[in-house]
Design a protein around this ligand. Structure first.
Ligand code: HEC
Ligand code: HEC
Length: 130
């Protein structure tokens, strides 16, 4: 390796590390219930299923961006409904895992024999029967 190349090595290393950090998909995530290695598509389809199951929009659980209120700050936990939803997710995962986990190789988070829709049926608060 010549002298010129050696001089550039730290710069090249810096650029490689910098690209790795900015390409990290997990920096936009704040997952405490779903698997860390979940794909964007799977996360997206689960989130859309919540909208349908509860008859709400994304902002029911996600807060608006401070500097740009036209967009939602998905990783933020400032909307308390998000933590309520996590509690419901844990419960639903638990029901499926203990009662319906027929396939031990499948992630319990992805089993939806019982899903949000089973109870919610398009309502944010399941109606009581009188
Ligand atoms: C019923 C509440 C609820 C609704 C509705 C909802 N989300 Fe989420 N979302 C959550 C929760 C809870 C998490 C965090 C999951 C975890 O901790 O594993 C999350 C996580 C995310 C994340 C990853 C960021 C993070 O917090 O880790 C994205 C992106 C996201 N949601 C997008 C959406 C989109 C887009 C919609 C509408 C199509 C939507 N969500 C609707 C509750 C909701
Ligand atoms: C076994 C039935 C059942 C399942 C499954 C279920 N929920 Fe619920 N959920 C309820 C009931 C009942 C309430 C009303 C609780 C109350 O009155 O405090 C509720 C309330 C909620 C609320 C409102 C909480 C609040 O404090 O206002 C959210 C958000 C929610 N559920 C999200 C979800 C999501 C997301 C899923 C799927 C991951 C889910 N639920 C699955 C029964 C269920």
């Amino acid at each position: 390796m010549n002298k010129k190349m050696q001089a550039f090595m730290p710069l090249i290393a810096f650029v490689v590390v910098g690209v790795a950090v900015t390409n990290n998909p997990n920096q936009e995530r704040n997952l405490k219930v779903l698997p860390q290695d979940i794909t964007d598509q799977k996360l997206d389809s689960i989130m859309h299923s919540y909208n349908v199951a509860l008859g709400v929009n994304c902002e029911f659980c996600h807060s608006k961006k401070l500097m740009y209120p036209g967009g939602l700050d998905f990783p933020s936990d400032s909307n308390p409904m998000k933590e309520n939803a996590r509690q419901m997710m844990r419960m639903t995962i638990q029901i499926n895992k203990t009662e319906f986990n027929f396939d031990v190789n499948k992630k319990p988070e992805y089993i939806n024999v019982v899903s949000c829709r089973t109870c919610h049926r398009g309502q944010p608060m399941p109606e009581e029967f009188h």
